[in-house]
Design a binder for this molecule. Structure first.
Ligand code: SF4
Length: 328
């Protein structure tokens, strides 16, 4: 199938005089048309850095893409000028952040903010009336009455604010929506509503999505494919069925689930795993999970495990390499 977004061997560091943080360490994945990929992992696994790299929004001077490629509809995003990227952001690729106030301006009405997003990308020279109609249409699409376009963000609840942000993000009909923990800051009851809404709109507008989350329940509900990140690497990748099914899994994934749940069971937040994520300024040799892995062997401490594929299900672990050799 034709891929919308392709990330190949991406490496990203944050550099200061004192240290180099190895945030993303050679990840590859792709997202097809209308597909949703869930990027799962603990805080510090490199999920947000991955998203910011795609949008070329890494912090100036400190954040650096040191290798790899990112292509969107076959175009090399890393070769774009800042002006070209500003056009791509919002128009082709839009992002929703965890806290709606990151995206909303407290002194502008929500209508004016959606309008601003539309005006920024109004290449077809649509009239003010057409744009106004689109603002109202977008609000209604997220179940906010059009008359409320004259209200300011503080007049909305948290869930409604995030819905305004969704309306803003989707106003220009982007091909790809990146949602970074879009419901984490909301009440549990509101989370499900907002998530369901994102899913519906994604279908309706035929948008692809990269969903960053630490919530496996959200992944099971929303995603087609799943990439599990650890210490800046994708250690397991597969369809939702692969990840939630009874196939063998990477020891880290097994740890995340506690025990492997199935799709019909309400899966909870990530289970804490004994030990800490490694220091990204001083990553361990070999498998980066080895200090925490119950199956660690000698070679795990020295050699980076190969990625083993079985029917599109990828696992980066020496245990699976051994099985392959043995012809299992
Ligand atoms: Fe554990 Fe070794 Fe597999 Fe890493 S490569 S997850 S340490 S068994």
């Amino acid at each position: 199938s034709e891929q919308l977004l392709e990330v190949r061997d991406l490496r990203v560091v944050y550099e200061s005089d004192e240290e180099t943080v190895h945030a993303v360490n050679g990840i590859s994945f792709s997202i097809g048309k209308q597909e949703t990929l869930g990027l799962v992992g603990e805080t510090g696994a490199g999920k947000t850095t991955t998203a910011l790299s795609i949008l070329r929004l890494l912090p100036d001077r400190i954040g650096k893409i040191t290798s790899g490629s990112i292509t969107y509809r076959g175009e090399d995003l890393l070769a774009k000028t800042p002006a070209q990227m500003r056009k791509i952001r919002g128009e082709s690729i839009a992002m929703i952040f965890q806290d709606p106030m990151t995206s909303l301006n407290p002194v502008l009405t929500v209508g004016d903010q959606i309008l601003e997003a539309l005006e920024l990308h109004n290449d077809e020279g649509k009239s003010k009336e057409e744009l106004d109609r689109r603002v109202e249409e977008m609000l209604e699409l997220v179940s906010i009455p059009a008359v409320r376009k004259k209200d300011y963000p503080h007049q909305f609840s948290g869930g409604m604010k995030q819905r305004v942000v969704i309306a803003m993000a989707l106003a220009c009909n982007p091909g790809l929506l990146i949602a970074d923990e879009p419901t984490t800051a909301l009440d549990v009851t509101i989370q499900a509503q907002v998530l369901a809404m994102i899913g519906e709109l994604k279908e309706k507008l035929e948008t692809s999505m990269l969903l960053i989350t630490h919530d496996l329940g959200v992944v099971a509900q929303t995603c087609d494919k799943v990439a599990i990140m650890y210490a800046g690497e994708i250690i397991e990748y597969g369809s939702v069925e692969d990840i939630f099914g009874d196939r063998p899994h990477h020891p880290y994934t097994v740890g995340l689930f506690g025990s492997i749940p199935d799709l019909t069971v309400d899966t909870d937040r990530l289970k804490p795993i004994a030990g800490l994520m490694p220091d990204p300024t001083d990553l361990p040799e070999g498998c980066k999970f080895h200090p925490r892995c119950p199956h660690c062997q000698e070679q795990c401490k020295t050699t980076r495990p190969p990625v083993i594929e079985k029917d599109g299900h990828l696992i980066q672990c020496h245990l699976f390499a051994k099985e392959e050799e043995a012809g299992v």
